[in-house]
Ligand binder design. Sequence first.
Ligand SMILES: [Cu+2]
Length: 535
Amino acid sequence: MRNATRGLFVAAAAGALLISACSKNATTAETTGTQAQSNITATMATTQADPATADMAATVINRPGVQHLHFSYGPIKILPGQNNIDISGGTVPKPDVDGYIVGIRPNLVHADGTVPGVDVLHLHHGVWLNLGRQDLTDPSLPERIFATGEEKTVIMTPDGYGYPYTAKDGWLINYMIHNLLPTTDEVSLTYDLDFIPKTDPAFATTKAVLPVWMDVQNGETYPVFDALKGSGTNGIYTYPRDATNPYPGKQKNTWTLDRDGVLVGSGGHLHPGGIYDDLYLTRAGASAAPGSAAADSVIGDTAHLFRSEAKYWEPAGAVSWDVAMTVTGNDWKVKVHKGDELSMQATYDVSNASWYESMGIMNQWLATGDEGKDPFVDKVDAPGQITHGHLPENNNHGNTDKVIGPDPATLTAVPADGKVNILDFVYSPGDMENYQTVPSVKEGQTLTFTNSDDKTGNGLWHTITACKAPCNRSTGIAYPLANADIQFDSGELGTGGVPTANRVTWSTPADLPTGVYTYFCRIHPFMRGSFQVTP
Ligand SMILES: [Cu+2]
């Protein structure tokens, strides 16, 4: 795994944009997003991730002719609790000369070089856009070159390939940084590029690849879906396969190839709770060659091409950003034809918690005029490899004995007037840190929450999300979770367009049984509150 020239591709990706339990030898039945609903049985032998052999420095590409360039966009002023989607100005730092980009290591850093904890500042997504080309899978957008999310997957092109960079093309960055705390901050988006300038002899022997962005919500300004606790089958929820009418309009998880080519890299992006992304190819009239190695990976006219798996370092399992995604290795080369349909599915573990506003994205590199394997003859869906191990910014897992307030079940209930105001990150009444009583309502009545912080207009949005009582333990990347037995979630109360619900109020369900309910804010998880429903 330390071989720096192994040339993994990767696509971190997270991508909202204006764009827009790891299975050991698991036999999975998947369907593609096509109407055909064909099933694929993919036998996946997974490898155990080893942090000691997966540090990020090992991913620096040192092929002949490769330069290592450091770029930084920022500093970006971060307001208290902000959670908005922003677009950079037109002056995004990038190489001065034409060439090939062969490796990308994105990060979020303070001026002093330190990387903020994921429990402090969270890089929800950064997508780098090339204004000089159209995006292949959504031509209404500029080309989505590369992306990163909090999993910080290293992006690489396989040996002999590179992303063709043209210095005259303008770049934009679409980014979303969550501030989990009520304090100001300042950070920069950094990206270390491995780059072959056009003047280097290695340029002539490098082949171009273009990015193929696959997304279960491709083209959406905010490409998300909810994976609710208890949905799907046996605690596993796959989108869009398990969703009811996921695409009332146009199918969003597919792309029909507009050219012949070879896919030479693939990697996925998921949010906490996510366990794998699957990439498929459907070819009209095709079927597995009898007795071929591809037989296990093909059902009908659809071949399974790759499963990008989430390897969690998180001790609590698939519940935080302490994770690395697998990407394809150097030898993954899949011959594709014009008219083939690519599709993807994103799978989440919903056995213990709900995952709101989740993503499922896979980025591929596509080369033209090259040799590759036929996915209906050769088995191509081998396990991938991770690009980094546990990262220190994920060290605060939370859920320690240091409580933020008393167990609400031990406090006195005080009849409420039906209203809870949210101001300056405090739920009033009912905030666990600031109240020694619990507001109560009679069975059948509701409590209406209003986000009064929205008026500041800086993307200060809050949620009321059910968590398992007492929900008063220390905050961290793995705590609290949306894991109550009775689930509710307000959406992001605010009026700033996506990702908000475009409203500042939310009322509790009128049919809640009597009992004590605890909740938190998904954006600022140190915010906790409770209420009681009385007979
Ligand atoms: Cu909040």
